[in-house]
Design a protein around this ligand. Structure first.
Ligand code: GTP
Ligand code: SPV
Ligand code: MN
Length: 592
């Protein structure tokens, strides 16, 4: 097949990799429908993908990964910077020269008898000043078809790249899916990613976490912008105006759900709407008017399937009804469709579960879908996709929201006193772990800005970068910073807040605060709503006044314990910004 570009840096890098992995042939992905169809057919012929019921789910497919390869592997993810200090205390580090040597030994000859697919892709609308280009080499059709949904792929991208050397190199080799030899390595100084021995989403769709967060966060530090694990939504109020919010929650903590929420009935009738710009990643930079603007660098949603249903997230469900790839969900053999826990109360009796075994959902105790099973759906499918989704200039951000899963401690919502206090609030985030990464679930861990697994350099320098960004903004124009917690539990372990669509009630308060329309109570940790300002109309049965008071309360003795945890965490950083140290001292004084 002919090369699709004459870019020397691209061709020489690809030739080097061809010599290393020795593919039988090389196929350039041009992004045409014809080519996509042919790849789908080929993947179905080998069993790599299953074509689903084309009447109910047109252009939808099912894929099952290896059973030992179902989530990101944080323990095997490395930042290969020249010194360990540059990677910082929260990242695994490997010396770049050693890493290349080890990875090349694993990758050597691994494409023998296989095809190398060359995927030119753009993160962000092709040609936008926010956007960046990458090329991923892979031996997996599943990866190609996912990248085609998740990014902008094809000839246009190479045209936009021209002769530039500014692009991210990505090599993915499935090898034997050997857990012991699985490595996800980022080389920020070289704009390079190498991923071996996995076929699961976040490990192998290199445009996503590897590039758009780990490499891009490092680029952003050097170039004066930010790459964040944040959704972007537009909140339309009855006046018709739309205010934009970015929110960072750890993996499987509600970004997709919040980004696509449908307002409660009363709000909806009054004209409230939420428009989704993005559900996972934001690239943020200052605009000419001095405000911060964000784009979503992705082109699709790689969303958590379990729990997605007609009530919790109808927009996400609708997004998966065509052109979607389902990974590790149950296969309903009666009608050749898919099912997962929490889709409905009617699991199929005649099915294949995510591991590939026969499954009777009505009798089996086993799960049909893996807790981290996912859908890869085109963003254009989403009924509430924002009209600004393709805007190359991004959308202006009014509020930044942090949040996580905290059964106790964090109130439903609070506002930071100013930008630097907001950076502190982000830096002390903690959340219970989820199935999105391999390892224990439900353990509280520090996850600053939801970036713990995704920051491509020293987290202390990343915090300083946040502080520097704020220092360059007029405080009047800077987004206001908040923290939310949809996951507070009562003593019986029940969620105290209904969440999902009802989270709009909190977003509404957040926007009112941004616009100075509502007073708040100043507490030790920041500004908390007056109970009367959280509208409970329609959910009075679910949330009593006493419960709301509890949700908004700040328990000083719990915060005392928390401070000890924060100090321990901060103690890991030699380069902790003085500003954050001072913020911690303020918190300590406030809770005394
Ligand atoms: P990644 O794609 O992994 O980055 O995750 P995400 O942040 O987009 O998570 P997602 O929206 O898919 O949420 C995953 C889980 O959180 C599901 O189990 C949801 O049911 C649950 N969830 C989302 N929003 C809420 C909420 O408001 N309240 C409660 N209790 N659960 C929620
Ligand atoms: C996450 O884990 O935060 C995800 C899914 O969004 S993955 O692409 O696997 O990282
Ligand atoms: Mn994510």
């Amino acid at each position: 097949m002919e090369n699709m570009t004459s870019n020397k840096s691209v061709l020489s890098w690809i030739n080097e990799k061809i010599d290393l992995v020795k593919p039988e042939k090389v196929v350039w992905i041009d992004g045409t429908q014809e080519q996509i169809e042919a790849l789908r057919a080929e993947a179905c012929s080998t069993g790599e993908m299953i074509k689903l019921n084309q009447e109910l789910l047109p252009d939808c497919y099912l894929h099952r990964t290896a059973v030992n390869d179902v989530a990101r592997v944080e323990g095997r993810t490395f930042i290969c910077a020249p010194t360990k200090e540059e990677a910082g205390p929260t990242n695994n580090w490997m010396d770049p020269a050693e890493a290349y040597e080890m990875l090349y030994a694993i990758a050597k000859d691994s494409y023998k008898g296989r095809t190398m697919y060359v995927i030119p892709y753009s993160m962000g609308p092709v040609g936008s000043k926010f956007s960046k280009i990458g090329i991923e080499l892979t031996d997996s059709i599943y990866v190609v078809l996912n990248m085609v949904i998740m990014t902008r792929v094809g000839t246009d991208v190479l045209k936009a790249l021209g002769d530039s050397e500014d692009w991210v190199r990505g090599l993915h080799c499935k090898c034997d899916i050997d857990e012991e030899k699985r490595y996800i390595c980022q080389f920020p100084q070289d704009n390079t990613i190498i991923s071996v021995n996995s076929g699961y989403g976040g490990n192998v769709l290199l445009g996503k976490k590897c590039f758009a967060l780990r490499i891009a966060s490092y680029q952003g530090k050097n170039e004066g912008w930010q790459a964040e694990h944040m959704l972007i939504l537009g909140l339309q109020k009855p006046d018709g105006e739309i205010r934009y919010i970015c929110a960072a929650f750890p993996s499987a903590c509600g970004k997709t759900n919040l980004a696509m929420l449908i307002p409660p009935e009363g709000y909806y009738k009054n004209g409230y709407r939420v428009w989704c710009v993005g559900d996972d990643i934001s690239w943020i930079r200052k605009g000419e008017d001095g405000r911060l603007y964000a784009i979503n660098p992705e082109n699709g949603f790689f969303g958590v399937a379990p729990g997605t249903n007609e009530k919790s997230n109808p927009n996400a469900l609708a997004s998966t009804r065509k052109g979607t790839i389902f990974t590790n969900v149950a296969h309903n053999l009666d009608n050749n469709t898919v099912w997962w826990e929490g889709l409905d109360k009617n699991p199929p009796a005649n099915a294949i579960e995510w591991k590939g075994n026969p499954w009777n959902g009505q009798e089996s105790e086993e799960k049909g879908a893996h807790p981290n099973s996912r859908f890869t759906a085109p963003a254009v499918n989403c009924p509430c996709i924002s009209s600004e989704f393709e805007n190359p200039d991004g959308v202006p951000i009014s509020a930044i929201v942090f949040g996580g899963r905290r059964a106790k401690l964090a109130p439903l919502v609070y506002q930071s006193r100013d930008w630097n206090h907001g950076v502190f609030v982000g830096s002390i985030m903690a959340s219970e772990t989820t199935a999105a990464a391999a390892g224990a679930v439900g353990v509280v861990r520090r996850d600053p800005m939801a970036m713990l697994p995704f920051c491509g350099y020293n987290m202390a320098d990343y915090w300083q970068h946040w502080i520097d960004i704020g220092a360059g903004l007029d405080p009047e124009k800077a987004p206001k910073i908040f923290n939310v917690n949809w996951f507070r539990k009562d003593d019986e372990g029940n969620f105290m807040w209904p969440g999902f669509g009802d989270n709009l009630r909190v977003l509404d308060w957040i926007i009112d605060r941004c616009e100075g329309k509502v007073e708040a109570d100043e507490t030790a940790i920041g500004f908390v709503p007056k109970a009367a300002d959280i509208n409970l109309e329609g959910i009075e049965d679910e949330v009593s006044d006493a419960q709301l008071a509890e949700l908004l309360s700040v328990d000083v003795s719990l915060w005392n314990d928390e401070v000890a945890g924060i100090e321990e965490f901060y103690g890991k950083f030699d380069r902790l910004p003085a500003t954050l140290k001072a913020e911690l001292e303020t918190l300590k004084a406030n809770i005394k």
